[in-house]
Design a protein around this ligand. Structure first.
Ligand SMILES: Cc1cc2nc3c(=O)[nH]c(=O)nc-3n(C[C@H](O)[C@H](O)[C@H](O)COP(=O)(O)O)c2cc1C
Length: 228
C-alpha cells in the first residue's frame, strides 16, 4: 500500500511556523473582538456553499459486504477523493455508501468504515474528529481505515513521512486503524475560499492547483486492508 506521494515537498521552518502562529493568534484576537476579518467570505461574493453529496456504488448481486466511506471537507477536494475510493472498492464486489461526516451517518449494518478528512492545522477537520469521539465504541467494533487529504509533507523523504503521519495521532489514540492513506489535495481556490482561508494559505505558502493523484488514490483503495 503506497503511503507516499511523489510530489514536491513543502516544509515550514521553525521560524516561519512561529511567525505564522503569532499572526494567526492576532487574527483570532481581531475576529474575537468583533472586527470583521477572519471569517469573511471572499471579496465580492457570498459565502460559497460546498457541495457534500452522497454516492452509492454497488454492482448488481454484489458478493461482498456493505462498506461506508465517510468524509469531511472544507473546500470540496476531499469529496472527489472519497468518491474515487468508494467507486474503486465497489469494483471488487463490495457495496459502498459514500456519505459526508457532517450528516452524522449511522454505522449500523457496516463491517468496515473508511473515514477521511481534509487536514487543517495538521489535524483532521473538527467534525471528523468529533465523529470518531462520538462513535468511538461503535467504531472499535468495526474495521476502520482512514485517509487524509492535505497539501504539505507530501514528499517521499523520512521527514515528510514522519510529519504527515502525525496528522492521524489524535485518531489513532481513539481507535485502531487498519490502514492509512495520505493524498495530495487542492490548493486554496480563490472563488470558494474565505478570506481567512486565503490568508492562511498565503502564510503557509500552500500552492494553488489541484494535486489530486487519482492513480495513487485508486491504488490505495484497491489494496486497502479490509478483511472480508
Ligand atoms: C486554513 C488551512 C489550513 C491547512 N492546513 C494544512 C496542514 O496543516 N497541513 C497540510 O498538509 N495541508 C493543510 N492545508 C491544505 C488542505 O489540507 C488542502 O487544501 C486540502 O485539499 C483541503 O481539502 P478540502 O478541499 O476537502 O477542504 C490547509 C488548508 C487551509 C485552507
Amino acid at each position: 500500500m503506497p503511503l507516499t506521494i511523489n510530489t514536491q515537498e513543502y516544509e515550514i521552518t521553525r521560524r516561519r511556523f512561529l511567525k505564522m502562529a503569532m499572526i494567526t493568534m492576532g487574527a483570532v484576537v481581531i475576529a474575537g473582538s468583533g472586527v470583521s476579518c477572519a471569517s469573511q467570505p471572499s471579496s465580492h461574493s457570498e459565502v460559497t456553499t460546498i457541495d457534500t453529496p452522497e454516492f452509492i456504488f454497488e454492482k448488481e448481486n454484489h458478493m461482498k459486504s456493505r462498506l461506508l466511506v465517510t468524509y469531511a471537507t472544507a473546500a470540496g477536494s476531499t469529496v472527489g477523493v472519497a468518491e474515487a475510493i468508494g467507486k474503486t472498492i465497489a469494483t471488487s464486489g463490495y457495496a459502498v455508501d459514500v456519505k459526508p461526516i457532517k450528516n452524522n451517518p449511522s454505522l449500523k449494518g457496516y463491517q468496515a468504515v473508511i473515514l477521511g478528512s481534509a487536514v487543517h492545522g495538521k489535524r483532521w477537520l473538527p467534525e471528523a474528529t468529533e465523529f470518531v469521539e462520538n462513535h468511538q465504541e461503535e467504531l472499535k467494533k468495526l474495521q476502520v481505515a482512514a485517509f487524509c487529504v492535505h497539501i504539505m509533507n507530501l514528499g517521499t523523504d523520512e521527514k515528510s513521512k514522519k510529519n504527515r503521519l502525525t496528522y492521524l495521532d489524535p485518531i489513532r489514540s481513539l481507535l485502531p486503524i487498519v490502514d492509512e492513506g495520505y493524498f495530495a489535495g487542492r490548493g486554496v481556490d480563490p472563488d470558494t475560499s474565505t478570506r481567512f482561508e486565503r490568508f492562511m494559505a498565503g502564510l503557509m505558502q500552500i500552492p494553488p492547483g489541484d494535486k489530486r493523484d487519482w492513480e495513487k488514490i485508486g491504488a490505495w483503495a484497491d489494496n486497502v486492508k479490509i478483511i472480508e
